[in-house]
Design a protein around this ligand. Structure first.
Ligand SMILES: NC(=O)c1ccc[n+]([C@@H]2O[C@H](COP(=O)([O-])OP(=O)(O)OC[C@H]3O[C@@H](n4cnc5c(N)ncnc54)[C@H](OP(=O)(O)O)[C@@H]3O)[C@@H](O)[C@H]2O)c1
Length: 235
């Protein structure tokens, strides 16, 4: 896809990877709707990027909030389901609240945003012969289980399943679905998860440049899953 004059929605655009996806997409000529709960953070990104970035206050776990966020959009070429979090704990110390917020954000939020864009993308396919591209940000934690990550692992394994199922379901509608599985990246994720992550992580711009590459692939070329890791995670 040529990214010039495309409309993108990036969830979790207030921080880390989502911020970087928004910067890269705008830099390639797309207009970006950035969704997150912290509107002040989104507005500071708007001040940096300019009119190509539209801040949208949205809680992806809330069905009405997601419906409101997508209600004015009749074109969406790209959706990056990036909003997510971990709250790491031993399974017998994991609270129901921490379990639920990870499920609601990392799985239900992805489902709600995907459900909102698919009818728009199907319409685009009927009009132009190409529907659009949905990118899910999963994790290496969707490929291998880790002690104290049981809830987070369950969401990211689940997201890979959701991605593969929707990839097979939507390809006949001209909609690409790709799943991105990074290892440790230097963002605010570790502070919220309660774990510092690898001492020598990847940088958000490295993941963003790979996502741009995946989006720019020719229409009949689908990169369905990508795994990336720091070469020397311990430095
Ligand atoms: N960093 C890593 O090592 C790593 C590795 C593999 C995968 N990932 C995945 O990458 C994605 C982005 O994480 P990050 O590393 O960039 O962490 P981050 O810096 O903490 O960013 C997380 C983003 O998700 C948003 N978010 C959380 N809950 C939300 C909700 N209910 N509604 C809307 N937005 C919500 C946050 O915005 P608000 O708080 O403003 O709502 C924030 O913008 C996540 O899915 C994470 O699982 C991260």
């Amino acid at each position: 896809m040529n990214l010039r004059n495309k409309i993108a929605v990036v969830t979790g655009a207030s921080s880390g990877l989502g911020r970087e996806f928004a910067r890269h997409l705008a830099g390639h000529g797309s207009s970006v709707y950035g969704l997150a709960r912290r509107l002040n953070r989104l507005k500071s990104l708007e001040a940096e990027i300019g009119s190509a970035f539209m801040p949208v206050e949205c809680d992806v776990t809330d069905e009405v909030s997601v419906q409101d966020a997508f209600s004015g959009l009749d074109q969406v070429d790209i959706l990056i389901n990036n909003a997510g979090l971990g709250r790491f704990a031993p399974v017998d110390a994991q609270t129901k609240e921490d379990w639920t917020i990870q499920m609601d954000t990392n799985l239900t939020g992805v489902y709600l945003c995907t459900r909102a864009v698919v009818p728009i993308m199907k319409m685009q396919n009927q009009q132009t012969g190409f529907g659009g591209h949905i990118i899910h940000i999963a994790s290496v934690a969707g490929l291998v289980g880790n002690a104290n990550l049981s809830a987070y692992n369950a969401t990211k394994f689940g997201l890979r399943g959701f991605s593969e199922a929707t990839m097979k379901e939507l390809r006949s509608d001209g909609i690409k679905v790709s799943c991105i599985c990074p290892g440790s990246v230097a963002t605010e994720f570790g502070r919220i998860a309660g774990s510092p992550g690898a001492p020598n992580p990847m940088q958000p711009e490295d993941i963003a440049s790979t996502v741009i590459h995946v989006l720019q692939s020719p229409d009949n070329y689908l990169i369905s899953e990508v795994v990336m890791r720091p070469l020397r995670p311990r430095g």
